[in-house]
Design a protein. Structure first.
Length: 662
């Protein structure tokens, strides 16, 4: 197993790449280990010290991180993305869990509690600062926020900060100092009486707390399972499934973690004592009757033979572990038995599984044995599933196809094409991306030629994502654009150009903007602007919004900007929107913003709705926000209405409107 010092030398970006491209559970677990304390600390502050709610927020943040790993801009520090997303998730959860409390009431309550329970002036000062800290951080420019996160929330030195942000050591120190002063000014305006030096000391001492010891493993399990089920939380993902499907989904996530962690192979580099493999990751396993570890070489298709007693015993032991429980502990125990089965005995083990009558247990055993087999010989494992229809009900073929796609893309092309046709059958998002990444590395023109055989736009989008993963330099991008321009099919050409611009925007948005501003024909330019603007907003919303509006002023552009920006940082989005006075150009955006923030702050949402200049649109927005607020918290909504000062006609109308379900 790779030692800790070597693991620590791998950058966050490299770990993220390994997870996004190879689904490396150990790489993801290492990212969780590194970033769990600052994420949990930020969540705890944002939910005003409620540990259970902070754990829920942290779980959701890492679940989203797992599902969006491949779309995080390359220049954005992982810690910065996690801190911003923690704010977004916490705001949503606080709104759902604690709607009856407004910010002033929470702050007043905390101050009273602190005054009654502590005599430590420094603790008092931190208690007054903590509830406001992250909201103030949210309003900072992204570059300043990232610098403070790295320095105080992750406790990095200036050299590391400079490397992460592309700065010299001195420039990194200056960036942190300027950002700290901006933060100090923001907190001062919010009533926090402290000096800049005292703020730095408090952040150094208190910004990074400890997280519950068991949370890291739980997060890795649930986040990977959520990513495998489309980004939903594990509970939500499993709630609508049958018992067998629930067990299978949970076990798949645990398999990724337990296999990787126990074997210790995901981060191991080839060495004199660790033979390198050219294809699938190989896990060395031993059989009690054969003390010699299996070689790390490619395996030929094992021949099914009568199972030895030890193989039978191992399968039965795993079945017993799962028979009465399918939780984390039971799955870990079951997998520890299965991993002792030699690769050559896996067909025999699967034959033994067929004799087990309990459907749920048989499903779990089949799925996990095939996953283990796919590590050493995915082609043979895939052939086995074709000969056993029952196995095709289990979600195992995708992992095998993905391994084959990285080694022999033409084999997957043949499997994914209809007989006598160039049209592709769906092979899954992950496999399609891997397949076309490999094709592009081998022969870029051929990869683009094969795009024409994909009729489904979603599948084509995944193929384009795979192709664009090979882009490393401006020269690579120029080759891509040259090939895209030669595509005759308008739909495919535009989709390919948009995908290229999105990928470029994640790395160098200003350069992409210069290209888009001159792109021809004009009708394609508008769609390219959408792709660039929506991607750029994820990393630098202020710059993206100003650029986009300058290029295409109008209500549609404003609405698109606000739709994305308000989800990330409602305060900053609202401040920006205030620069655009009420009128036909901004009415729809103001209504959109009111609806976006209605769950977070319904009173502010109603005030925003009130600024819409068009009477019909204004009343419609007010009705929508108030009716939903009234359904969630009738007392608070009624109290606001009584002190709103609104025209009597509107008040009476809202009082009579029946509440709808939230």
């Amino acid at each position: 197993m790779q030692n800790e010092s070597t693991i620590n030398e791998i950058t966050d970006r490299e770990l993220l790449r390994r997870y996004a491209e190879q689904a490396s559970a150990v790489a993801f677990a290492e990212l969780v280990r590194r970033h769990l304390p600052p994420v949990f600390s930020a969540a705890l502050r944002r939910v005003n010290g409620e540990h259970a709610l902070a754990q829920d927020v942290t779980q959701m943040v890492f679940a989203d991180f797992a599902s969006k790993a491949g779309r995080i801009p390359a220049q954005m520090p992982v810690g910065g993305w996690l801190h911003r997303h923690t704010g977004f998730v916490a705001s949503k959860m606080v709104a759902a869990e604690r709607r009856r409390r407004d910010r002033e009431h929470v702050a007043a309550t905390m101050n009273e509690m602190n005054a009654a329970t502590t005599l430590d002036p420094e603790a008092d000062q931190w208690s007054a600062t903590a509830p406001l800290l992250d909201a103030a951080m949210d309003t900072l420019p992204a570059a300043d926020r990232d610098a403070l996160v790295l320095r105080y929330f992750e406790q990095k030195d200036f050299r590391t900060i400079g490397q992460a942000l592309g700065l010299t050591d001195d420039s990194a120190q200056k960036r942190v100092s300027r950002a700290l002063e901006k933060l100090h000014q923001l907190l001062t305006r919010r009533g926090v009486a402290t000096s800049g030096g005292a703020l730095a000391s408090m952040l150094a001492l208190h910004a990074l707390g400890s997280a519950p010891a068991a949370l890291a493993g739980e997060i890795s399990t649930n986040a990977l399972a959520a990513a495998a089920t489309g980004g939903r939380t594990l509970g939500a993902a499993l709630s609508g499934l049958t018992t067998a499907a629930r067990l299978q989904t949970g076990a798949l996530a645990l398999t990724a973690i337990v296999v990787a962690v126990v074997a210790g192979h995901a981060l191991v580099q080839p060495s004199a004592t660790t033979p390198a493999t050219s294809g699938a990751t190989v896990v060395a396993r031993t059989n009690p009757s054969d003390p010699t570890p299996e070689p790390h070489a490619a395996q030929s298709k094992p021949v099914a033979v009568a199972p030895a007693l030890d193989t039978v015993s191992l399968v039965d032991a795993a079945a017993a572990a799962w028979r009465n429980s399918q939780g984390v502990a039971a799955t870990s125990k079951a997998l520890s038995f299965l991993m002792q089965i030699s690769p050559r005995d896996l067909p025999a083990a699967l034959t033994r599984v067929e004799t087990i009558t309990q459907t749920e247990v048989r499903s779990l055993l089949t799925t996990n044995l095939l996953n283990l087999w796919a590590e050493t010989d995915p082609t043979a494992a895939l052939a086995w599933t074709s000969a056993h229809p029952e196995a095709n009900r289990f979600d195992v073929r995708q992992g095998m196809l993905n391994v084959i796609a990285a080694k022999d893309p033409n084999a997957v092309v043949q499997m994914a094409s209809k007989t006598g046709s160039a049209n592709f059958q769906p092979v899954g998002e992950r496999v399609t991306a891997t397949l076309f990444r490999t094709l592009a590395r081998n022969n870029l023109p051929d990869a683009f030629a094969k795009l024409g055989g994909i009729s489904n736009p979603n599948d084509r989008g995944q193929a384009l994502r795979g192709i664009l993963e090979i882009v490393q330099t401006d020269a690579d991008r120029e080759r891509i654009f040259a090939l895209v321009t030669a595509i005759n099919d308008d739909e495919i050409r535009v989709q390919a150009r948009r995908a290229t611009v999105e990928q470029w925007a994640g790395q160098h948005p200003e350069a992409a903007a210069a290209y888009v501003a001159k792109a021809e024909p004009a009708w394609e330019r508008t769609r390219l602007m959408d792709s660039l603007g929506l991607t750029w907003l994820q990393s630098h919303p202020q710059q993206a919004a100003d650029w986009w509006l300058a290029q295409a002023p109008g209500p549609d552009t404003l609405v698109k900007i606000i739709n994305v920006w308000a989800q990330q940082d409602a305060n900053a989005a609202g401040t920006w929107l205030k620069q655009h006075p009420p009128g036909p150009t901004s009415d729809t955006a103001r209504m959109t913003f009111a609806r976006q923030v209605a769950d977070l702050d319904p009173e502010s949402a109603l005030r925003w709705a009130e600024t819409v200049s068009d009477a019909s649109v204004r009343e419609n927005a007010i009705d929508h926000v108030y009716t939903n607020w009234n359904a969630r918290d009738a007392a608070a909504a009624s109290t606001f209405l009584g002190k709103s000062g609104w025209p009597a006609e509107r008040v009476v109308r809202l009082q009579k409107s029946p509440p709808t379900k939230p």
